[in-house]
Design a protein around this ligand. Structure first.
Ligand code: NAP
Length: 318
């Protein structure tokens, strides 16, 4: 039987609700579109309704094909049953490029609208950047005010139900909020028991911004992640005592922190396991042990874009 994933209603998005666990679609190493499409169909059968993609992942097309196939097969009755999130890549981080960028994502996805469109990173990359890390002269700060105005236009035109950001610090959110007419509904950031984001979460909660956790399993076995969540001794001990897996302990802890998560698994058993977290809970003692774990950021601006001075400074901000 498919799991029914709980939802949280988002602010400033006309009653839109986000399923608290979504399926990530970025694979490492990258896999072919057929594998991505088949995994998404499998995920819909398991109960996933929230899918996270981005222009830069090259998974918009297979996600679109999986949605079309799921509708043909009757796995979902209508597109409205799904929550689809995509992201504006940094090369399009300029007012005049944003409408064309969302329209390109919609064409890739074969959709009329997104549920959520996020600014992927608060950075602008020049057009010639083809691979990372990028040269210092090809990266610049985003003009948050004008870019956000164009994001607001995407929502006003009905191209997306909600708009939000990703990888924004408190300071960047403050700058955005100081001129925004529509506040961001979501900030998607790295979060897991070993990078708990306490300050950012409090900041977002006070302003009605939903935090979505990416790399909730520490991006195990990927180019950008490691084994520090799935092989964390404290989490393993809790898992053993409860007859759960370490992955489930991490995802349950995130759920109990009232954040939504996007976890990626293209494996049929593991994707089901990751949804099986809603009919049990952590004890106070277990939660306390997790809250005391030493903290270390996994994904940094510098590790993705290059070790340039001002990016290292951004990495030091919450
Ligand atoms: P993740 O979800 O923490 O970890 C994914 C890895 O864990 C995969 O190698 C997966 O392999 C494995 N895995 C999944 N469930 C497992 C389980 N129950 N037991 C053991 N291994 C398991 O990392 P992520 O991919 O970095 O994050 C998830 C999604 O967040 C991405 O796909 C993407 O959509 C989004 N994301 C966004 C940003 C951003 O900048 N906004 C950055 C990174 C990620 P199998 O597939 O083989 O199970």
């Amino acid at each position: 039987m498919a799991v029914v994933v709980p939802e949280v209603t988002l602010s400033s998005s006309d009653g839109l609700a986000i399923p608290v666990i979504g399926m990530g679609t970025m694979s490492s190493p990258p896999v072919g579109p057929e594998i991505t499409k088949d995994a998404i169909i499998e995920a819909i059968m398991a109960g996933y309704r929230h899918f996270d993609t981005a222009f830069v992942y090259r998974t918009e097309q297979p996600l679109g094909e999986a949605i079309a196939e799921a509708l043909r097969l009757g796995l979902v009755k209508s597109r409205d049953e799904l929550y689809i999130s995509s992201k504006l890549w940094c090369s399009f981080g300029e007012k005049g490029l944003i409408l064309p960028a969302i329209n390109m994502s919609l064409r890739n996805l074969q959709l009329d609208y997104l549920d959520m469109y996020l600014i992927h990173w608060p950075l602008k990359l020049s057009e010639e950047v083809r691979q990372m890390p990028a040269k210092k002269e090809h990266i610049s700060p985003l003009d948050i005010k004008s870019v956000w105005e164009a994001m607001e236009e995407c929502k006003s035109l009905g191209l997306t139900k909600g708009i939000g950001v990703s990888n924004f610090t408190c300071k960047q959110l403050e700058e955005l909020l100081s001129t925004a007419k529509i506040p961001p509904a979501v900030n998607q950031v790295e979060m897991n028991p070993l990078w708990q984001q306490k300050k950012l979460r409090e900041f977002c909660k006070a302003r009605g911004i939903q935090v979505t956790a990416y790399s909730p399993l520490g991006a195990f076995n990927t180019k950008w992640g490691d084994n520090r969540i799935l092989e964390c001794y404290v989490l393993e001990e809790i898992a053993k005592a409860k007859g759960k897996t370490t992955a489930q302990i991490s995802l349950r802890w995130l759920y109990e922190q009232e954040v939504s998560s996007v976890a990626k698994s293209f494996n049929k058993e593991r994707m089901k396991q990751n949804l099986d977290i809603f009919d049990w809970s952590l004890t106070e003692e277990e939660s306390n042990k997790i809250s005391q774990l030493p903290q270390r950021k996994g994904i940094t601006f510098a590790s993705i874009f290059g070790p340039h001075d001002w990016l290292l400074q951004l990495d030091a901000e919450d």
